[in-house]
Design a binder for this molecule. Structure first.
Ligand code: IVH
Length: 714
């Protein structure tokens, strides 16, 4: 049972006047939490703390029933739908569940059912026990077997229309299977995200400087409620079906029969669900699921018990917002308070600086926690954003007493500060502006939450990723020196910076590559030959290889064409970097860079940041000692394909796709990946499919590989 809110007087001792005041305060507080949870997907308190508030409100209303009004949170569910999505009226309201926190409350739930149904002492109703999935509920309307509408719960009566987004979820059938499907039905369940998918998504978001979600539930909710369907489609959402609303025919007369039907109709039904025949069996299920919780792959926050017979469910009916025939048996809160001993900064493989809380060890939900994520600079400052818990604008300081939560068993996080306990000596935390690993300056782009190390070429935390990029296909592309070898040579301390690659041969009398397992004299000779072959490299490949943020293959080409030679590029960037001040970039060299068509301010700033770090320049100069850079051939403006947009499709046999692209660009053509009205020419190899069809439909000229070679002069 969660504790009552701190220092709250016992309900029994409340006068009517005091109860009225507290009732109002609690109702307002709960409504504010509802809005943050349901509309912004950004709760600021734990579920347990929320449940405690609700329970106190319910207890006050039980003692003073005259305080119950239609707008009390005990009489409503969730929060009205947020703006932005069309509203959908649920044919049957989506109600909520009452909670049990102890074995006694579960026993009482079963006894209540037996009393209500007037069952004999030995007559125990069969009960379906299901994991309580911690996601967001969804109602799917099917008419004649076709999915016609998908809606979130909203306030239980009106939800948001998320049909287009839901169609991208693989677990949701667009058409029900089987012949005997009801003419119309609303099928319901939970949208959720696997813990591993949540972690991967957050890592990506963090690296890209985008929203970091607090837990898989928020991440599922945020992903489902996207205005851009393509974003939802790119998020790995999943769905378990477990309930229904309106049904013109009911294919079964028990809960477990309905679940079996849902599965036959094409839904995923949770495989752990069991039919129980006694309170003991029900409680054994609760403990078994509790033990397996951490290994399930998705978050659950309890289990749900439902009376199996549907005729009994109907007889039992509802009390205010929840059914009498079902209850949620919640797991204990996974929160604890401890002391923030320090804040460490970790540097990710791509240079992102992530703050980590070092905590006085504390047991949270049975696990000892010593570290917790602090997400980013703004999180420590108490700013947060729409999708992330905001600690009411309170910053975090070393020495603070903090509330730690194991959010959905994944990454522990600091969710609150106990301000009363803040020591006088605690100072606001100053987020470092230098990388703690290599000392390079760390910068934050406008609109980004993440601060990043600019020591692309020299930071040990980033070295392996950078070196892998350096040898990748569109960069130096060295045969026999791939990701695996880079990893191995880096671990042995042989390659730390790009120039080291070209010194391997010289240093081999000491290193003795031949002695590594899998290498022989021949393979070592071949490797050195492949490295030597790359001592001459095009400027654009070199620029791309440097791994400057935002400088991909395309931007590297723009820069190479504009500056023509490495000397020019390096000289201009040195000038821009020297003129850089706190106030920004203001130099002719910078203006010239920023004026290149296709190079915006973000790219220009990133390039200058790279050159402003002297050790990057030193690493580049060391590399230039080893290699010879030749300028990119200027694109020709007099060729037959100059200024044309070309698409290559099918399996090309005469040249590789990269060669095709390079030759087209050399001739002044632009290469595109898709056919549109703007396409001038499609070069089709064997097996060309949809792009060829599209070209024919649009009347775009289609030629063979040989014709292409003729056109560009072989
Ligand atoms: S049954 C009328 N079954 O829990 C009862 N709900 O607190 C309908 N939930 O809104 C709900 N797993 O989002 C039910 N196996 C399960 C569930 C489940 C998760 C969620 C659901 C519901 C909330 C109630």
């Amino acid at each position: 049972m969660p504790a009552k809110p701190k220092d709250a007087p016992a309900i029994a001792s409340l006068t009517r006047a005091k109860a009225k005041v507290e009732h109002k305060r609690l109702a307002l507080e709960i409504e504010a939490h509802n809005a943050r949870y349901y509309q912004k997907d950004a709760p600021t308190i734990s579920d347990a703390a929320y449940d405690a508030l609700r329970q106190r409100l319910e207890a006050i209303e039980a003692r003073f029933p005259e305080l119950v009004t239609a707008s009390s949170p005990t009489q409503t569910i969730g929060a009205a739908p947020a703006r932005g999505f069309a509203k959908v009226q649920h044919a049957v309201p989506m109600l909520s569940l009452g909670n049990a926190f102890s074995d006694e409350e579960v026993t009482e739930f079963v006894d209540r059912i037996r009393r209500f149904l007037k069952l004999g002492a030995d007559d125990i109703p069969a009960i379906v026990a299901e994991p309580k999935i911690d996601g967001l509920s969804l109602s799917l309307r099917y008419e004649r077997g076709e999915l016609v509408r998908a809606a979130t719960r909203g306030d239980g009566f009106t939800g948001e229309d998320v049909t287009a987004n839901v169609r991208t979820i693989e677990d949701v059938p667009h058409r029900l299977k089987g012949r005997a499907v009801p003419a119309a039905c609303e099928l319901r369940g939970e949208v959720y995200m696997l813990k591993k998918d949540f972690l991967t998504l957050n890592r990506k978001q963090e690296e890209a400087g985008d929203t970091v979600f607090a837990n898989p539930r928020n991440s599922a909710a945020g992903s489902l409620r996207q205005k851009d369907v393509a974003i939802t489609a790119s998020r790995p959402l999943k769905f378990f079906a477990y309930a229904w609303g309106e049904m013109t025919d009911r294919p079964a007369d028990t809960q477990h029969g309905m679940l079996a039907w849902l599965e036959k109709a094409g839904f995923v039904v949770n495989p752990l669900i069991e039919l129980c025949h006694s309170v003991d069996e029900v409680l054994a299920f609760y403990r078994k699921i509790g033990e397996r919780r951490a290994t399930l792959g998705y978050d659950i926050d309890g289990v749900v018990y439902k009376v199996d017979r549907l005729d009994w469910q109907e007889r039992l009916g509802f009390v205010s917002r929840s059914p009498r025939w079902a209850i949620a048996h919640k797991f204990a809160a996974e929160q604890a308070t401890t002391i923030l001993k320090g804040i460490d900064i970790q540097v990710g493989r791509t240079g992102a600086l992530t703050p980590v809380a070092r905590l006085e060890p504390v047991t949270v939900g049975g696990v000892v926690v010593q570290n917790a994520t602090l997400h980013n600079e703004d999180y420590i400052k108490g700013i947060g954003n729409d999708e992330q818990p905001i600690r009411d604008g309170i910053d975090l300081r070393v020495g603070d007493t903090v509330v730690v939560q194991r959010a959905g068993d994944v990454i522990p996080q600091v969710v609150n500060v106990v301000l009363d306990k803040r020591p006088n000596s605690a100072k606001p935390y100053l987020f470092p502006h230098k990388c703690p690993i290599c000392g390079s300056h760390a910068v934050r782009e406008e609109g980004e939450a993440v601060r990043r190390c600019t020591g692309a070429l020299i930071c040990p935390a980033q070295a392996v990723e950078r070196l892998k990029h350096f040898v990748s296909r569109l960069a130096f592309d060295i045969d026999g020196l791939g990701e695996k070898q880079i990893q191995e040579f880096h671990e042995r301390g042989w390659i730390k910076e790009p120039a080291d690659i070209f010194q391997l041969k010289e240093r081999n009398s000491k290193l003795k590559l031949e002695e590594i397992e899998g290498y022989g004299e021949v393979s070592v000779r071949n490797l050195f030959a492949a490295i030597d072959a790359r001592r001459r490299i095009e400027l654009n490949r070199l620029i791309f290889a440097l791994g400057i943020r935002h400088v991909g293959e395309g931007n590297a080409k723009l820069l190479a064409r504009h500056y023509g030679s490495m000397e020019n590029f390096r000289g201009a960037m040195a000038e821009a970097a020297a003129a850089q001040t706190e106030a920004g970039n203001d130099s002719e060299a910078y203006a010239d860079l920023n004026n290149i068509g296709g190079i915006g301010e973000i790219v220009a700033d990133a390039v200058v940041e790279f050159f402003a770090e002297k050790r990057n320049v030193k690493a580049l100069d060391d590399l230039l000692e080893e290699i010879e850079v030749f300028p990119v051939a200027q694109a020709r403006s007099d060729s037959a394909v100059a200024g044309k947009t070309v698409v290559f499709t099918g399996s090309l046999e005469k040249f590789t796709r990269d060669e095709a692209k390079a030759s087209a660009e050399r001739m002044g053509a632009k290469v595109s990946g898709s056919v549109s009205k703007k396409t001038d020419l499609v070069v089709a190899g064997p097996g060309a499919g949809s792009k060829l069809k599209e070209a024919e439909k649009l009347g775009v000229r289609v030629i063979s590989e040989d014709e292409w070679l003729d056109l560009i002069g072989g």
